[in-house]
Design a protein around this ligand. Structure first.
Ligand code: HEM
Length: 525
């Protein structure tokens, strides 16, 4: 585990993993294919209900963000929706479905609000829409926010007022709603005032009437249907005979159909307009929140180290292991068969020590940016040389070895059940963890303190929060080369889901954590 200087870098690393790496039970699993419906409390997807996870994720972001205010600088995308699911304006399973699925990916570095944003970015891009920039750094609310999410019955003036307060003018409101209503539909079981009982049928137990013919594709079809009065004609919130709930019709006709007609001019125009408003939706955050630069392998780097661990043994041999990730973005060279990873020593000098990373045949996948390849490697070097970084294909990545958990001297038992995004991870066991840390210091303290960051339930929402109340004291057990070694064994009763979300920080007395966000049991390993 290396220690980046900037804590947002750790969040970026985590989200990059969810966003770019292939994983059987990864973030994309619930929205692949885009027609899929995954109830995270059930063992397997159920596609007989007329429900759709990708659409639920987009609707979740809308209901979370729209009560935010550019005037007060409060609210927006902050996961407060979890505290608000009892309100009539937030009817339906979508919100808790989304938060429960996201909670498998929640930890001390990844907020629920960032996961809601990632849900929009992944479902839009995975289902044929544009790439909405993914920034990180959102902060979760600790209580409900104001109410006011527009409902089908809400007057046009109240609806526009709510969106205006969230920073969307009248035209933007039409655009965002038309973009959102490209996927999914309206369900009889929760909106009987909109959808007739006749909608219920085989593989449609909840009675969904889709917004358009391409329910699982983020595209201009619903707009074209409305403008040309073909197909689904814009969907049930236009065509319902109950005038009170014709909210899309009221909205689209408010400016005499000007905005909606513009949107139908071309698929490319629709997609670029949607990219802009979707970005603004997920970037409405409190004034106090600073978002990172976007995770974009085309403009940052498509070659990056991931899942890196540093170790030292009692003989003073060090090893840096992990993998290099190569994303073959559009226009990039084909992935090389091997990569040469060269050690930069603790003194900052490039050394003659190198390792070869060979492209994995199995750990591969195709994400929205292109094929992702991984190159596992282990770089071995003496403790006297130490670690300052690595250089790979002309790029330098900085690491440090001041304080790190030593994987070969640490362990964790029992092994939790295989990671999955179902309730199978609810089983609680007593887990014992040995945390052993190497500290590069000429004046070793008597002990170090480990703080465990454990996802725990919080009242009023299905979204977890992080508890830091479990700590442990590491005692000196020896020295190797320039390092003093500290260790502790501690036990805790946890669910497997909590185990996967737990991380540890370690600090010397009176100092900031030298080890930050070490995952004692890493599902990515
Ligand atoms: C004028 C404001 C809006 C109103 C009154 C409204 C109303 C509704 C209603 C009643 C449903 C049916 C929900 C269900 O049966 O599960 C729905 C679905 C949906 N809405 Fe909206 N909506 C509005 C704006 C938006 C916006 C701005 C977005 C996102 C950018 C959005 C995204 C969605 C999505 C993706 C669905 C499909 C959900 C699913 O199939 O599970 N809506 N909307």
């Amino acid at each position: 585990q290396y220690i980046p200087t900037d804590t947002q870098a750790l969040t970026i690393k985590e989200i990059e993993h969810y966003y770019l790496d292939a994983a059987t039970n990864g973030f994309f699993s619930a929205i692949t294919p885009c027609t899929n419906y995954q109830d995270p409390t059930a063992p397997a997807p159920d596609n007989t209900l007329g429900m759709q996870t990708a659409a639920e994720w987009i609707r979740t972001a809308f209901h979370d963000f729209v009560t935010g205010s550019i005037f007060t600088g409060l609210g927006g995308l902050d996961a407060s929706i979890g505290f608000e699911t009892g309100r009539r304006e937030n009817v339906g399973a979508a919100f808790n479905d989304a938060l429960l699925f996201f909670s498998f990916f929640y930890n001390a570095q990844v907020s629920m609000a960032d996961l809601i944003a990632l849900g929009v970015v992944t479902s839009v891009a995975n289902c044929g829409g544009p790439k909405v920039p993914m920034k990180v750094g959102r902060v979760d609310a600790t209580a409900a926010g104001p109410s006011g999410v527009p409902e089908p019955e809400t007057s046009i003036s109240d609806t526009l007022n709510e969106f205006n307060t969230a920073g969307f003018n009248d035209g933007d409101t039409v655009t965002l709603t038309a973009c959102g209503h490209s996927m999914g539909g309206v369900h009889r079981n929760i909106f009987p005032q909109v959808v007739p009982a006749s909608a219920i049928g085989p593989n449609n137990a909840d009675g969904r009437v889709p917004f358009d013919e391409t329910v699982a594709v983020f595209d201009v079809t619903t707009v074209n249907d409305y403008v040309h009065w073909t197909g689904a004609k814009g969907g049930p919130l236009v065509t319902t005979t109950n005038k009170t709930v014709q909210s899309d019709l009221r909205l689209y006709t408010y400016d005499n159909n000007q905005t909606i007609t513009q949107l139908s001019q071309s698929s490319a125009y629709f997609q670029s307009q949607c990219q802009g408003v979707m970005q603004r939706m997920i970037e409405l955050v409190p004034y106090s929140v600073r978002l990172s630069a976007p995770i974009d392998p085309t403009t940052t780097t498509n070659l990056k180290p991931a899942a890196i661990y540093l170790s030292v043994d009692w003989k003073g041999n060090m090893a840096l292991s992990g993998f290099m990730r190569y994303v073959q973005v559009a226009g990039a060279a084909a992935p090389p068969g091997t990569l040469k990873i060269t050690l930069i020593g603790r003194n900052g000098q490039t050394t003659a020590i190198s390792a070869t990373g060979t492209m994995s045949a199995s750990d591969t996948g195709t994400g929205i940016w292109g094929p992702t390849r991984s190159y596992p490697f282990t770089l071995s070097f003496p403790a006297t040389t130490g670690l300052g970084g690595i250089s790979v294909s002309g790029q330098t990545f900085s690491f440090q070895d001041t304080m790190f958990v030593v994987p070969g001297m640490s362990n964790f038992s029992p092994t939790p059940p295989t990671f999955s995004t179902t309730s199978s991870l609810n089983t609680v066991s007593t887990y014992t963890v040995n945390i052993t840390v190497a500290y590069l210091t000429t004046a070793p303290p008597a002990s170090l303190t480990a703080t465990f960051n454990i996802p725990v339930p919080q009242a009023g929402t299905v979204s977890p929060t992080i508890s830091t109340s479990t700590t442990a004291t590491l005692q000196k057990i020896g020295t190797v080369g320039p390092f003093t070694i500290f260790s502790v064994i501690t036990s805790k009763s946890l669910s497997a889901k909590q185990v996967y979300g737990t991380s540890v920080d370690v600090a010397a007395p009176g100092q900031a954590a030298g080890v930050k966000f070490f995952k004692p049991f890493n599902k990515a390993a």
